[in-house]
Ligand binder design. Sequence first.
Ligand code: R5P
Length: 296
Amino acid sequence: MSAMLLALPGNERMADNLCRLLPAESCPVTVRRFPDGESYVRILEKVSGRHLILLCSLDRPDEKLAALLLLAGAAREAGAASLGLVAPYLAYMRQDSRFQEGEATSARHVAGWLSREVDWLVTVDPHLHRITALSEVYSIPTRVAHAAEPVAQWIRSNVAKPLLLGPDEESGQWVSDIAGQIGAHYQVLTKLRHGDRDVTVSRLDAARWRDHTPVLVDDIVSTARTMIESVRQVHACGLASPTCIGVHAIFADDALEQLKQAGVERIVSTDTVSHETSWISVAEPLAQAVRELLPA
Ligand code: R5P
């Protein structure tokens, strides 16, 4: 019998893709709020003895975690044979250390919550920096799907003479991988973060690439300050307006508008988060990673 996929609201497009690719059967759920703000969840079909996949991208996680954990509880109560979580965007990975006395190392706590509720986890390119592998914080089996190949394919089909640029040290891993796949040149800048919305990015030395199309690639675009400061460096160097690619399109508040105003050619992201810029699908690598962990 095939697995059943239970998608939380906002994940419908990815749910359709995963059900088709895995294949899995879609299982309808009700997720809503009581007037007092508490979450209500209900599984609408029999799931006893079935292998279940919860699908919930964890952008804006505080709005979603309660319903997700309740749905996991409902699945266990209903007799699921196993329960996995596909979180195309995995939240809270950036608070991966105690930077100041008294702070929570959020990445560890959230990993603990999820590890207690599900049997396995699949995500796409989590923010691994000071925590270098999910196994350092998750006690359940995990798999990481990578966006590099779909992103590389998109660049190959849509950008002439690309010059890949990474805004900071962490982006070096994606940028070098993608550049290798399409045979493009790349450069990685250095970023200093002074606050949530205050970053500086090092000067770009790329004047000899003026006949190329700059393509900025980062894993997360949240306030977009990292992208915006990088776009400034691209312009300062005399290059053409860049194409900006983010794996995870968080775009807090008016970040998308601000980035557009910075002078960009195009803004594109993957579909780990459902967003108007999500033109690159990572459903194939995600399905492949799920197949590796889903019980037969
Ligand atoms: C952090 O190092 C990440 O790789 C991104 O560069 C960062 O999360 C982007 O955040 P923002 O859009 O707020 O500058």
